[in-house]
Design a protein around this ligand. Structure first.
Ligand code: ADP
Ligand code: MG
Length: 571
């Protein structure tokens, strides 16, 4: 009698009993070719489904050496297995019964290939999947036979269909691995080539909609770089690839409305991630330290030094340590830039569609009407060159409305009918012919005042619970007693990233308090833990629904917390 047979009879014996009796099923069961762990059983049929884990030894997973050879390949392989498991579990789910009875779920990846707690592929070839099953009930009565079928037939079947190499398409796995490896290789060449982004010829950039990240189904105009901006990069699997190389410096994306400017910028934004084969953006890459910044009026700002952009507010107040619970468009955008620089941004991405006009530009006529000492804002146009020349931070900026920017641009890409052209020389010629007559403002760039977050000000507790975190959606998190809004953080791509960030911050804050270290050190320690053990360690129950995230998005989360105080102001 195998462990699974034993589990089946245990579950059958529970038939008709009240739901909590299911707890007896907790444990590890050897299924022969893998071990099924029932780590935690839900308290009732409507609660989050029970947590399961499948540990597949290397010998039965039998993944080929090429799928495991490097960390990048293992990440791609894990992502591939995750997708297959999601399909297999969906197919094996049974409806019927109350609440979440019979539901089998695992984190559903989007278009990006990320490290996730839901699937770990180790160097030795072993595989661990973390997923969930809704234990079946009618009302609150256990459906023992349905449970036995679900856990000893449906689940093992899905695991074997999704996680054993023999059941998979080797060609598809290889394409997945090679696509990701090429994307990583392209990104790694940017720096040496003096580029901040690369968009390969043939790429498909437009998406189905703002909430559907899959490629547009029909009528896509394939990307085609202009000769003068075309570069060739090499890849280990697809050979040399040509495409648009966006040089470091200040780059404008100009063009008429609806000609594809924002679509290009958005693809570059996502170029910090690797994409699945067929996405259309597999060969669109950006420097890993590229950060989209936008206006986000109404957001909270806590002690950020925005004085390079804003000084002398009418209400007074120190803008080297700026506080507000309700930022304006311009102050929020200034804060977003400085907060990105604090974490090491090297390329800022801005779109006029989501920027505050008065933050971007103040033209000669407005300068003539409103005296400099009456205007607190130094517009971005006066900082873009300094950011690059003094700090080495590039900018890619979508601008259809203000030709004043021609004066500060190194490169001008003109979109026309979704096709990029090189308008650098033409824009320089226009700038000579039609001088703007505006005066530079703001003087030189001043070093940003350093700020440290006081760990005690990060409080995920609620009532008697030390950590109470509920992720409602990709951009809404209940963290302790507050609701954090991440709507302005555009490079988050999965809800599971948001969840991982919230738990990582809670863990770091706790560690900082108990070990009496600063938050930055504590966050670094958590990052090392993740590196060593896997992403699941950020959550107290080692759940699977956690995806890898960047330091920029984590900082964006911390910077939007209500209670956060800068260490300089702790009384
Ligand atoms: P802009 O920012 O210049 O006003 P958008 O980038 O918002 O323009 O694009 C306008 C529309 O064109 C969008 O609906 C987008 O999906 C579509 N689009 C963009 N690029 C392409 C393309 N290469 N092929 C087909 N449609 C595209
Ligand atoms: Mg636009």
């Amino acid at each position: 009698m195998t462990d699974l047979d034993r589990l089946a009879s245990t579950l059958q014996r529970l038939d008709g009993q009240s739901y909590p009796a299911y707890k007896r099923a907790t444990g590890a069961y050897d299924a022969g070719d893998f071990v099924l762990h029932i780590d935690h059983v839900q308290g009732d049929p409507f609660a989050d489904p029970s947590r399961l884990r499948a540990a597949v030894p290397a010998a039965t997973a039998a993944l080929p050496e090429w799928a495991l050879a490097t960390p990048t390949r293992r990440r791609a392989t894990a992502d591939f297995l995750n997708r297959r498991l999601a399909e297999a579990l969906t197919a094996a789910s049974h409806g019927g019964g109350s609440g979440k009875s019979g539901q089998l779920t695992v984190l559903r990846p989007g278009q990006q290939v990320l490290a996730r707690a839901s699937m770990a592929v180790r160097e030795d070839g072993s595989v661990t999947a973390r997923f969930r099953a809704g234990f079946p009930a009618e009302g609150r009565r256990i459906l023992g036979n349905a449970a036995a079928e679900l856990l000893t037939q449906a689940v093992p079947g899905a695991v074997r269909r999704a996680l054993l190499f023999q059941a998979l398409s080797a060609d598809d796995l290889r394409t997945h691995v090679e696509t990701v490896e090429d994307s990583v290789a392209l990104r790694a060449q940017l720096e040496d080539r003096g580029l901040v982004a690369f968009v390969a010829d043939g790429a498909s950039l437009p998406r189905r909609s703002g909430v559907d990240d899959r490629p547009l189904e029909r009528g896509i105009v394939a990307f085609e770089s202009p000769d003068s901006l075309r570069v060739e990069l090499s890849t280990p699997n697809a050979g040399p690839l040509r495409g648009l190389g966006v040089p470091s410096g200040v780059t404008l994306i100009v063009g008429g409305g609806y000609h594809g400017k924002s679509t290009l910028l958005r693809a570059i934004e996502r170029g910090v991630y690797d994409h699945v084969p067929g996405d259309g953006r597999e060969r669109v890459v950006a420097l890993p330290e590229s950060v989209k910044v936008r206006a986000e009026d109404g957001r909270r700002v806590t002690g950020t030094d925005i004085s390079n952009f804003i000084t002398g507010l009418p209400a007074g107040g120190d803008t080297t340590c700026f506080h507000t619970v309700n930022a304006s468009g311009s102050t929020s955008q200034a804060a977003a830039i400085v907060e990105a620089l604090e974490v090491g941004a090297r390329c800022l991405l801005l779109d006029e569609d989501t920027s505050a006009t008065n933050f971007m530009i103040r033209d000669a006529r407005m300068q003539a009407l409103i005296a400099d000492d009456q205007e607190p804002i130094t517009p971005f146009i006066d900082r873009a060159r300094q950011l690059h020349d003094d700090l080495g931070v590039s900018t890619i900026l979508v601008v259809g409305g203000s030709g004043d920017y021609f004066d500060v641009a190194d490169t001008v890409v003109a979109m026309r009918g979704y096709r990029p052209g090189d308008a650098t020389a033409a824009a320089a010629e226009v700038a000579r012919r039609l001088p703007t007559r505006r005066a530079a403002e703001g003087g030189s760039w001043r070093p940003i005042r350093r700020r440290a977050i006081e760990p005690a000000s990060i409080d995920p507790s609620r009532g008697r619970r030390a950590v109470s975190i509920r992720v409602r959606s990709i951009d809404r998190v209940e963290f302790g007693t507050e609701l954090v809004n991440l709507g302005g953080v555009e490079q988050l791509v999965e809800e599971a990233q948001t969840r991982a960030i919230a738990y990582a911050v809670a863990r770091a804050a706790d560690r900082a308090r108990t070990a009496a270290v600063g938050l930055t050190d504590a966050l670094e320690a958590v990052r090392e833990e993740i590196e060593r053990e896997g992403l699941h360690i950020v959550h107290p129950h080692f759940i699977g629904e956690l995806s890898a995230f960047r330091a920029f998005e984590l900082a964006a989360f911390v910077n939007r917390l209500r209670g956060v105080r800068g260490a300089g102001e702790v009384g």
